[in-house]
Design a protein around this ligand. Structure first.
Ligand SMILES: [Zn+2]
Length: 457
């Protein structure tokens, strides 16, 4: 009975760019408890609905003015503040947007759409710490729906970002938060990296210009790397280190609001291969636009080049979320400085990178190597639950693996180590380890010791 493995697929899944979409809503005459006169209410609704028409035409500046008028005429209506905040958000006026959206949820605490827009405004500023509670509020309000499921997945992504992103304190780059997540780079001996771009022809929603975006994304990163990265585009998938494809197939995609999905494999030399899947599905409720594809291409290629973490700064291409006001996506000075530093620096180990190295070894079934990596990780960060739990599982799985191979001697030490680590924890794995260990001891004729172990329950 193997413990539930921490990792399943043979490729490492990383967190991806995703979108929470902001929308504006129309108004009607109901649901107002305001002190405004009937005439003011009528004018406010008219202004709001004119604003809506402008929003639908992508004219956010005049739309913002209309919504502002509606707010002035009837300040107690939550919806107008929500729409005004939305328009300001689209214009990149994040602080103004936050003020309006906070007013909106104050007036109507169960207004999900305003909470979502507020979360997006916080995220757009890079303030994930405040975006998370706003999204949790949306989940509380409910009701359960596919969108709520997407929001839950997004909360998880943000929480992870938040933890790692705290390391991103430098003004000039975000290499620290990248290094905390992973230290796998493309080795010099692998240059030029061979890239195969599978044609998107025939794939739903594909446009020929998208191919140019992807090629341009590779070119931008190569230029930014200052000679440390080079690529060669090849004609056959079998010759490639990095492959790219266009798809509408979201199987295996955790978060349906993602723009792309990059998976990678590593070996002793670092990055060994990467697979970029560009998703051509509407990140609902938004429609996929060419600018999103362009931004997504830059972002995913950054991942494929080894930047497996994210920036905390919303302007950067490697920010975790598609920016609500993106126009002409290109690498920022921080993106450029980060790729240069990442490839130039001597990278020491961190508990996260060792844990990640352990995960990769475990996935490949090399539990002995996984144990070595996890042990080092635990030594650096004994207070963290993650590497310890992984270390327990790796020891236990190694014991079972050796037993399956007919080795009756070596499993003992691995069971022991698992049990030793589990002793102070007493989580759900504890009885499982005790049971297996005692079964093993009985099997090898050590019945007295088996009885001792069973007493530990
Ligand atoms: Zn990403």
């Amino acid at each position: 009975m193997p413990l539930r493995s921490a990792l399943k697929s043979s490729l490492v899944k990383i967190t991806l760019a995703s979108i929470l979409q902001v929308i504006a809503l129309g108004a009607d005459r109901e649901a107002s408890a305001s002190a405004a006169s009937p005439e003011e209410v009528r004018q406010a609704i008219a202004a709001n609905n004119e604003g809506m028409v402008l929003v639908n035409n992508g004219e956010f500046k005049p739309a913002a003015d209309k919504f502002e008028t509606a707010c002035k005429l009837e300040p107690e209506r939550s919806l107008f503040h929500c729409n005004y905040g939305f328009a300001l958000l689209k214009l990149g006026h994040f602080d103004g947007a936050i003020a309006q959206l906070e007013e909106s949820v104050k007036l109507q605490p169960d207004f999900s759409r305003a909470w979502i827009n507020l979360a997006v405004a916080f995220e757009s500023k890079g303030d994930t710490a405040r975006a998370i509670p706003a999204l949790k509020r949306v989940v509380e309000i409910g009701p359960p729906s596919p969108e709520i499921d997407r929001i839950k997945a997004h909360i998880e992504l943000l929480s992870k970002e938040n933890e790692i992103g705290n390391l991103d304190k430098s003004e000039t780059d975000y290499v620290e938060s990248i290094k905390a997540r992973n230290k796998f780079r493309w080795a010099k001996s692998r240059m030029p990296i061979k890239v195969f771009m599978k044609s998107g022809e025939g794939v739903e929603n594909f446009k020929p210009e998208y191919e140019t975006f992807l090629k341009d994304a590779f070119d931008q990163w190569v230029a930014a790397s200052n000679g440390q990265l080079s690529v060669e585009f090849v004609k056959k998938a079998k010759d490639a280190d990095i492959t790219t494809e266009w798809t509408t197939d979201t199987t295996g995609v955790l978060n349906l609001s993602e723009l792309g999905d990059t998976r990678y494999k590593c070996d002793g030399q670092g990055m060994a291969s990467a697979m970029i899947r560009m998703l051509l599905v509407d990140p609902k409720p938004a429609k996929l636009t060419p600018v999103m594809v362009q931004w997504g291409a830059l972002h995913e290629v950054g991942h494929a080049f080894g930047l497996l973490g994210h920036s905390r700064n919303p302007g950067d291409v490697m920010f975790s979320v598609y920016p609500a006001n993106a126009e002409n996506p290109k690498l920022t000075a921080r993106d450029v400085a980060t790729i240069q530093k990442f490839y130039a620096e001597d990278l020491g180990d961190t508990w996260l990178s060792l844990n990640e190295a352990g995960n990769i070894a475990a996935k490949n079934g090399d539990y002995a190597l996984a144990i070595t990596q996890y042990e080092k990780s635990v030594a650096l960060k004994p207070e963290s639950n993650v590497p310890t739990q992984n270390l327990i599982r790796a020891n236990y799985n190694q014991a079972l693996y050796l037993l399956q191979k007919g080795d009756t001697k070596s499993p003992d030490q691995y069971f022991r180590r698992a049990l030793e680590l589990e002793k102070d924890r007493h989580d759900e794995n504890y009885p499982v380890i005790i049971k297996s260990y005692s079964q093993y001891l009985k099997m090898v004729g050590r019945t007295k010791e088996a009885a001792e172990i069973e007493k530990l329950k």
